[in-house]
Design a protein around this ligand. Structure first.
Ligand SMILES: [Zn+2]
Length: 213
């Protein structure tokens, strides 16, 4: 299955232009507002054109410029943000998920129970925004653990305050786990475009709430 390539991308008709609010309603079909979660899997034929970053990571080409601008702005403040995860193939997502399930099963619980627990931290293949190429996990160079302590770093404090200026949102905030189905992740940023990002962060809502308005 061809998941990358400029040709497939052009044929999809998806332009660079970001979709936003129309008559008070979010354009949920716009590429930048595409909702992906446990109940909204990625279509099998989803076309993606990726751009490789310097450190080996890659993202949807349409967010490359804004991501670079955000990283540069943070560095100009003397910060050292590090993108530790970005675009993932479905195969990569599958291996991450299976590894998490195994870890959970190591606690002596059933496979079914382990799958449930694992899904709160690693999305099952086909349901991760990382497979869209629109999500990046960013950590502080000086603190690279993916845990709650991440929010105490200067890098996260800056990113949470300024990400919307570059079209990104903190996708899984601490108080929205019941809606997103994902635990608090003070490192996972999702591109939604500047207008949507500004409104989502200002109102303290999550993407599910925004696209269902
Ligand atoms: Zn992530």
């Amino acid at each position: 299955m061809e998941r990358t390539g400029v040709k497939a991308f052009e044929e999809s008709g998806a332009g660079k232009k970001t979709g936003t609010m129309q008559n008070g309603q979010a354009d949920a079909s716009a590429w930048n507002l595409r909702l992906v979660n446990a109940s909204h899997p990625i279509p099998a034929s989803y076309p993606i054109d990726i751009t490789l970053l310097k450190n080996g990571q890659s993202v949807d080409s349409r967010i490359y410029r804004d991501l670079q601008d955000m990283m540069d702005a943070a560095r100009n403040q003397g910060l050292s943000p590090l993108i530790c995860s970005s675009y993932r193939t479905a195969d990569k997502q599958k291996s991450l998920y299976e590894a998490k399930v195994s870890t959970c099963m190591g606690q002596g619980i059933s496979r079914k129970e382990a799958e449930k627990q694992a899904a709160e931290w690693v999305a099952p293949p086909g349901t991760s925004e990382h497979e869209l190429g629109l999500a990046v996990d960013i950590v502080a160079q000086s603190y690279q653990l993916l845990d709650k302590g991440q929010e105490e770093t200067s890098e996260q404090k800056w990113l949470m305050k300024h990400c919307s200026e570059y079209g990104f949102i903190l996708r899984y905030p601490t108080d929205k786990s019941e809606i997103t189905g994902i635990g608090y992740e003070p490192w996972h940023y999702r591109y939604v475009g500047k207008e949507a990002a500004e409104e989502i962060m200002r109102r303290g809502i999550c993407l599910e709430e925004y696209v269902q308005m």
